[in-house]
Ligand binder design. Structure first.
Ligand code: ATP
Ligand code: MG
Length: 872
């Protein structure tokens, strides 16, 4: 019976009622020791009739044992693993230790989600995770990933953790308060006390239920400094209780507490060495401190375990850990006990810990791996070896998504090394950290500076990544520096060499090799590695080959989804979104960005959100939505988008000013800079300053002549039409656009040509080009541009040109997530497969479809597949 927990119990009742009705959810109970978290979990378990209850409890001793928690939780349902989609099953088997291989940490979370969702097909499921502060971080991560996605499944998850110990961002949290004195008085244990003692017990326990129960049971308040937090006073009480027990019992308690998992065989093995045994525990059992069941022994409360451990002097604890290490049944256990027994740096122990760390990493346990490497480093006597272990900890932390911790560890490692060769690995981690923090330039410079001390192949990889980072950060000097370094070490790298030529403005030398690389990647598509694909995607964007970028990015994203390489996705999705914007697939780009942002948040890449938002800035500019544009990219330099906005609104001098800035800036020789060069020419002509068009015209021509893609030839022709005020280049430009996938640019060319034709009084010819322009602008929702096309059409004698009522841009009616689900469903992909691709639970997919159907006016998948979903 619990007192004073009506709100909490009601909350749990609601969760359980919801899950019975198919609405899943999660709850985090947090609070100090003894406040009643475990008791509330028991309450939930007792009210879970008809549910399948899965449980896990954290042990301090297993906090660094990767996936130990998941193992406990899923043990009873392990046969279900075989029914998961392949990549998920493989990831989960690796995590649970029944297979080997590299598991992506989010595929494991996804596997847990799918498994729980499958189980819920047979009836509601309740997961209870107690002492979550001691559950290994890999398990916690997987469980939280699932917990955020169970809303449409019959799955409820309740976590209990000491306050401040679990970062659960976004899950509903219930902080347990102390009991009010009136509630405290209702506790039976308290009621049995004489009135004065009762009031003292109530006052001293300050509403902590554990304190109330314990103080009442011993009928006295433990002595000890009163300002101690109440949990510490309870602890002091337990210590006093233990101190009064026979020596041999105390030793058994110490062994049990040091062993930490309650695993009888290993505990008894150690006990034998000290000449004690199970009989010696009887006294403690009678006192209600421990409970022995089958082959395990449990402390009635975690604080009793802490008290038993603290009761012993250090030398005794060390002895016990040494013996436990000797008798350990498992190398991870041995390493942990050796570490606890170590009184100072000790290479042998550090090496054991390193092996434990490597085992954790092999299972995909990056968080525990990082922690173990850090412990190994702490115990390493020799500075160079310590630096190496800190470096390994740093890269594990990075892969665990703990960017700041990774940076701090890499800093420590770097401070320990004199040899520059040893500094390259931490420098690589720091570069990745800087990149995640949003400083691509700092990242690039670190890589370029450290590369020469690495072995040649590694140096080349560093310089290439450095050059790509530098390109992203518009740091052209560093792109060139990377190229020089490569030449200095005698390596030939076409990627970096090409980019360096482009950076120097030498389009003729830079573009062709890069085009060739992209073409090679396209030819090798079916067999290309994910890393090669990713690089080719970036190069495709660098040279503005949208068709290639789109194809490669789509393939790379699909590959990562299939193989469960979730960590690589934010980057690839960002590239995909850029290619989609270029290709005029605006709604798709927004959905891609939404997914990438959500993933980046889950993966611990908070700085990505800004950069991702900036991707769709150009869409806002095309739509003429200045407010949204500024909100999307408050910090990022989106001058090209702002200039386009000005251009659309006819603010030519403003556009010209911004474009002049771009022409003088580092992005002038990028594909984006070339598109802006065409805008520049138009602004100059419209502002009556054709002389300002000379420089951008030169750049545009150089790019197009160097084989910069059909779009650049079309833009060059359009600009010539503008400058020469002549028909032929316009007409040719319209033809050239036929092979390009940039509908917005094509419609602009048609608009300019139409304007020219109307001024030449060829009204019917004008209407022929203006109508498709208007249609494209409308389907792109390019308001200001559509308005201009409409005005021209009217002037060309097209009598009634109403705004196209409700253009069938059906996707615009859906939320980004509904859009993605609908698009995949329309391709005939099953819900289960869609769920796997979008990291959702299967019923969440059904839920989105159910919401989307009425908005689209359909009622089945078959009708869905007949819809024209993208109007271009
Ligand atoms: N609301 C309550 N009414 C009566 N007894 C309670 C209440 N809450 C907790 N207790 C009792 O207090 C003791 C401590 O509670 P519990 O073990 O649930 O705390 P906890 O928050 O899980 O602590 P820890 O963080 O150390 O695991 C138990 O003996 C439990 O029966
Ligand atoms: Mg508890």
């Amino acid at each position: 019976m619990l007192y004073g927990r009506d709100t909490e119990q009601a909350e749990i009742d609601r969760l359980l009622a919801g899950v019975r009705a198919g609405r899943g959810g999660a709850l985090v109970l947090c609070g100090e020791a003894g406040i009643g978290k475990s008791s509330l979990l028991e309450y939930a378990a007792a009210h879970a009739e008809g549910m399948r209850v899965l449980r896990a409890v954290g042990f301090e001793a297993e906090v660094d044992l990767a996936f130990a928690g998941l193992h406990q939780l899923l043990w009873p349902v392990q046969d279900r693993v075989d029914r998961l989609p392949d990549a998920q099953a493989a990831a989960l088997r690796t995590a649970l230790g029944s297979a080997t291989g590299a598991a992506d940490r989010f595929t494991i979370g996804l596997a847990v989600l799918t498994l729980l969702a499958d189980l819920a097909g047979d009836g509601p499921v309740l997961c209870l995770v107690d002492d979550a502060q001691w559950v290994d971080s890999s398990t916690v991560e997987a469980l939280l990933f699932a917990a955020r996605r169970v809303t449409a499944e019959g799955v409820a998850m309740i976590f209990a953790a000491r306050e401040g110990a679990l970062r659960t961002a976004g899950l509903p949290e219930l902080a347990l308060a102390r009991l009010a004195p009136d509630d405290a008085r209702r506790l039976p244990a308290v009621q049995g006390l004489p009135p004065t003692l009762r009031e003292r017990v109530i006052a001293e326990s300050a509403g902590n239920p554990l304190a109330l129960v314990e103080f009442a049971a011993v009928r006295r308040i433990p002595n000890g400094p009163v300002p101690l937090p109440v949990a510490d006073r309870v602890l002091a009480g337990f210590r006093a209780q233990i101190a009064a027990l026979p020596e041999r019992t105390r030793l058994m308690l110490l062994i049990a507490s040091a062993e930490g998992r309650g695993y009888m065989p290993s505990l008894l093995g150690a006990a034998r060495r000290f000449g004690v045994g199970l009989d010696d525990l009887e006294e403690a059992e009678r006192a209600g401190l421990v409970e022995v069941t089958g082959d395990s022994i449990g402390f009635r409360h975690p604080l009793i375990r802490a008290a038993a451990y603290q009761d012993a002097v250090t030398t005794r604890r060390v002895e016990v850990h040494r013996v436990l290490a000797d008798t350990a049944d498992e190398p991870g256990c041995r390493a942990r006990h050796l570490a606890s027994a170590a009184l100072g740096p000790d290479e042998e122990v550090a090496a054991e810990l390193q092996r434990a760390a490597e085992r954790a990493l092999a299972r995909g346990g990056h968080g525990p791996g990082a922690a173990l490497f850090r412990q190994a480093a702490d115990l390493t006597p020799e500075p160079a070896a310590r630096a190496r272990r800190l470096g390994a900890a740093a890269s594990a932390a990075l892969r665990a998504g703990r960017v700041e911790e990774a940076g701090e560890l890499a800093d420590q490692a770097e401070r320990l090394v004199d040899d520059p060769a040893e500094a390259t690995s931490p420098a690589r981690v720091r570069a990745a950290v800087e990149y995640e923090r949003g400083d691509a330039r700092a990242a690039a410079r670190l890589l370029v500076r450290h590369a020469r001390h690495a072995p040649p192949a590694e140096a080349q990889a560093m310089l290439r990544t450095g050059a790509l980072y530098a390109w992203a950060g518009a740091d052209l000097d560093t792109v060139r520096a990377a190229d020089e370094e490569l030449r200095a070490i005698g390596r030939d790298d076409r990627v970096v060499a090409g980019m360096a030529r482009l950076a120097a403005g030498d389009h003729a030398a830079g573009l062709p090799p890069l085009r060739e690389l992209v073409a090679e990647a396209r030819r090798a598509l079916p067999s290309a590695s994910a890393a090669d694909l990713t690089q080719a995607v970036h190069l495709g964007l660098v040279i503005g080959d949208d068709a290639a970028a789109l194809e490669l990015a789509t393939a790379a994203v699909a590959r990562c989804r299939r193989d469960g390489q979730v960590g690589a996705l934010p980057d690839l999705l960002e590239a995909l979104a850029r290619a989609q914007v270029d290709a005029g697939l605006h709604r798709e780009a927004e959905a891609t960005v939404a997914e990438a942002a959500e993933l980046a948040r889950t993966l611990g890449m908070p700085h990505r959100a800004d950069r991702l938002a900036a991707v769709t800035a150009r869409v806002a500019a095309i739509e003429g939505d200045g407010e949204r544009l500024r909100a999307l990219a408050p910090a990022d330099p989106v001058d090209d988008a702002l200039a386009l906005l000005d251009l659309g609104a006819g603010r030519y001098p403003d556009a010209l000013r911004r474009l002049a800035g771009i022409a003088g800036g580092p992005r002038r020789h990028t594909a984006g800079g070339i598109v802006s060069a065409a805008d520049h020419v138009e602004a100059a002509v419209r502002a009556g300053r054709p002389e300002d068009a000379r420089e951008p015209m030169r750049r545009l021509r150089a790019w197009a002549d160097a084989g910069g893609g059909a779009w650049s030839r079309a833009l060059l022709l359009r600009c010539r039409g503008l400058l020469e005020d002549a028909e032929e280049p316009y007409a040719e430009a319209v033809r050239a656009h036929r092979d390009t996938g940039r509908p917005f640019e094509r419609a602009r060319t048609q608009l300019l040509y139409g304007e020219w034709l109307r001024r030449a009084r060829r009204r019917s010819d004008a209407r022929d080009v203006l109508r498709p322009a208007l249609e494209t602008f409308e389907s792109l929702r390019a308001g200001p541009w559509a308005e201009r096309a409409r005005a021209e059409l009217r002037a060309a004698g097209d009598a009634v040109v109403p705004a196209r009522a409700a253009a069938p841009d059906l996707l615009a009616r859906l939320t980004p997530q509904e859009r993605q689900v609908v698009r995949l469903a329309a391709e005939g992909i099953s819900s289960r497969e869609i769920a796997a691709q979008l990291f959702l639970s299967p019923r969440t997919v059904e839920y989105h479809l159910y919401k989307a159907y009425p908005k689209l006016g359909v009622s089945s998948r078959r009708e869905l597949s007949r819809l024209q979903l993208e109007p271009i």
